[in-house]
Design a protein around this ligand. Sequence first.
Ligand SMILES: NC(=O)C1=CN([C@@H]2O[C@H](COP(=O)(O)OP(=O)(O)OC[C@H]3O[C@@H](n4cnc5c(N)ncnc54)[C@H](OP(=O)(O)O)[C@@H]3O)[C@@H](O)[C@H]2O)C=CC1
Ligand SMILES: O=C1Nc2ccccc2C1=O
Length: 280
Amino acid sequence: MVKLLKLNSGNYISQVGLGCYDIPRHATADVVYEACKVGYRHFDTAVLYGNEREVGSGIQRWIDDGHDRKEVFYTTKLWNSQCGYNSAKRAIKDCLAKVSSLGYIDLLLIHSPLCGPEERLQTYKAMQEAVDDGSVKNIGVSNFGKHHIEQLLAWDGLKYPPVVNQIEISPWCMREELARWCLSKGINVEAYAPLTHGYKLTHPPEELKPILSKYGIDMAQLLIKWSVQKGYIPLPKTKTVSRLKSNIALDNFELTPDEMKTVEHPNAYEPTDWECTDAP
Ligand SMILES: NC(=O)C1=CN([C@@H]2O[C@H](COP(=O)(O)OP(=O)(O)OC[C@H]3O[C@@H](n4cnc5c(N)ncnc54)[C@H](OP(=O)(O)O)[C@@H]3O)[C@@H](O)[C@H]2O)C=CC1
Ligand SMILES: O=C1Nc2ccccc2C1=O
């Protein structure tokens, strides 16, 4: 069973979420429903991914089986073109309409800092109002660097500090300084592309093979467990139903401190996606 972590809002989040980027729209509801059945309680999508409606339907199908809405955590993100106060207000309404049967969004993120300092705050203002009116339970940021978060924390309009910063983190893109700093501020770290977008899965590095055979696990399980033991909230994606269960079967082993070090590449910098933590 996936552990719950407490957010700085007082709400709880399931520590491993299913990344929903690039799950084909026609398959999304089925994958999400199957994920609920094997134990996922947290789903990460975005306006950009074009499948919010389908993620919502998969969750709703599971709720209709007799489960409680409160057990599931649904995240979406406002895209760059939806920044600014009025645009964000409209966009939040649209996001909620796409999953109307869920009644509320558990976590709403600003997808990136790229719209610039003033627009970021105006977007955040609209997000805070969504918390006030009950349509969103928690708000946070994604791809923010330290300076972006410092700006937000120093803003005199801040009412709800971000509960998470969602950034790319894997053993080949560790961002140790930023991650530690976020945690020191009470901001949880969501690790996106925890499986290196799949790149490191097919040919496990030689030095990791003894760890895989010692515990009888695969590379995906090793990388997800590494992230969990770092205290992060990894968001592994799979559109393959048969992979869902093993990606959260992490309870029967614990990596030793030496094994954690063997997995890590603190000097590597191999992001698989965009980089905007250094944007102005
Ligand atoms: N905020 C942001 O800017 C970003 C957020 N994200 C979030 O993070 C999530 C994860 O990142 P993502 O880039 O999708 O990549 P991941 O690092 O999660 O890797 C996904 C890849 O790994 C494969 N895979 C998954 N499990 C296994 C397994 N057990 N064995 C073999 N292969 C496996 C998948 O294949 P298959 O699907 O075919 O099974 C897919 O090709 C996204 O879906 C999204 O929710 C990602 C990027 C940016
Ligand atoms: O999951 C994602 N994949 C991406 C690729 C480019 C920009 C944003 C994203 C995501 O959020």
